[in-house]
Design a protein around this ligand. Structure first.
Ligand code: AMP
Ligand code: MG
Length: 347
């Protein structure tokens, strides 16, 4: 059997466009993935080599003065799976190249500053992949729902868009992910937490308070997604009732972002051949030959991974180009991320 892969490009399917409608978004759907969960896990893990290679290139380029970096923003209701994404996606990469930050209720110091102050301070430096577990978007979600500030929301969205435009201009590829879990599934996940002593630490009674404001939160999400999905900082709406799908999709978005940077290894300031010869004179010739062989094998493996990835992307694009909109809709996935059917999860 052929290896399972994406049948449509998730970055097209999940990207939030102007017609995005949260109410009809099916949170149990798996747009672009027709195979099962086991295949999905396998596929996700197979991205590991590619991810770590590209991440290292990003890091190396920054050493040589490159400005590029990536920022992955995670938002979602409690239990939507933000922590799992951090563990599973970031877990495939070198911790040295990551900058993971989570944002909770602002401290007194943070509250004495503009709400973007703590965000600015946490932005990834050149060469790094930043991951935000919650973000400045709390300032248009919980702050809006709980009326913690008296502001013009349209103005705040515009301010966020300007801020992100500036961040993008400094060399940051921004990927914003909304993990969308249904009301029923959230109930199950919270109840499971309460039934397992090893999960009690994850629960706070505030979780049930937020859940009881579900509709207000959905409204705030809809408004946020509609106003802040921009060319340089798009939102991706991820159906999150299937954790395996959410993890697979976010892995793919990050892989694509890294691949689209088309990074090569930076030029070095010394002459490689001269240094090789100098080093070889200090070594046993057999050891020199062995090192050369090992290096060639490793390069061939990586080149193969990258080639395979590019072929996959090409195949998926070809499929997408030939597939009619009707077929897309039939698959339960429409462009601009509004897979039909079901409700806000509050059935
Ligand atoms: P957790 O991610 O489960 O650790 O929870 C963090 C909590 O901090 C959530 O309830 C958020 O809504 C809350 N939070 C994050 N940012 C803000 C903010 N700017 N204002 C108020 N509450 C916030
Ligand atoms: Mg929580």
């Amino acid at each position: 059997m052929a290896k399972a892969e994406w049948t449509l490009d998730p970055s097209d399917l999940l990207r939030v466009g102007p017609t995005f409608d949260l109410e009809s978004f099916d949170r149990a759907s798996t747009p672009g993935w027709d195979s099962g969960s086991k295949e999905a896990d396998q596929f996700r893990l197979s991205r590991g080599e590619l991810l770590s290679e590209m991440q290292e290139r990003l890091f190396a380029n920054a050493r040589a003065g490159g400005e590029q970096r990536i920022l992955l923003v995670l938002q979602g209701m409690d239990t939507a799976g933000k922590g799992g994404i951090v563990r599973h996606v970031a877990g495939m990469m070198d911790p040295q190249g990551l900058a993971i930050r989570s944002f909770g209720v602002p401290t007194e110091e943070e509250r004495s500053h503009h709400y973007l102050w703590r965000i600015r301070n946490a932005l990834p430096s050149a060469g790094r992949i930043g991951i935000f577990d919650r973000s400045h978007y709390e300032d248009v979600l919980v702050v809006r729902v709980d009326q913690l500030a008296d502001v013009d929301w349209e103005e705040r969205y515009a301010e966020i868009n300007r801020f992100e435009e500036e961040v993008a201009a400094s060399g940051t590829t921004i990927i914003k992910v909304a993990l969308l879990v249904s009301y029923e599934e959230q109930g199950l996940r919270l109840m499971r937490r309460l039934q397992r002593p090893d999960k009690h630490w994850k629960f706070t009674s505030n979780d049930v308070d937020s859940r009881s404001k579900w509709d207000a939160y959905q409204h705030a999400y809809q408004e946020m997604l509609a106003h802040t999905s921009t060319e340089n900082a798009p939102w991706y709406a991820i159906p999150a009732d299937n954790k395996w799908y959410a993890r697979l999709a976010v892995t793919e978005l990050v892989s694509q972002a890294l691949a689209s940077l088309k990074l090569s290894w930076p030029e070095v300031a010394y002459d490689v051949e001269t240094e090789k010869q100098r080093l070889a004179t200090t070594m046993d010739p057999e050891a020199v030959a062995k090192a050369r062989e090992g290096a060639e094998e490793k390069r061939a493996d990586v080149a193969e991974d990258i080639e395979e990835y590019e072929e996959q992307v090409a195949r998926v694009n070809e499929l997408a180009a030939t597939d009619s909109l009707a077929t897309l809709a039939e698959n339960g996935a429409k462009p601009a991320a509004s897979p039909a059917k079901k409700s806000t999860g509050r059935g």
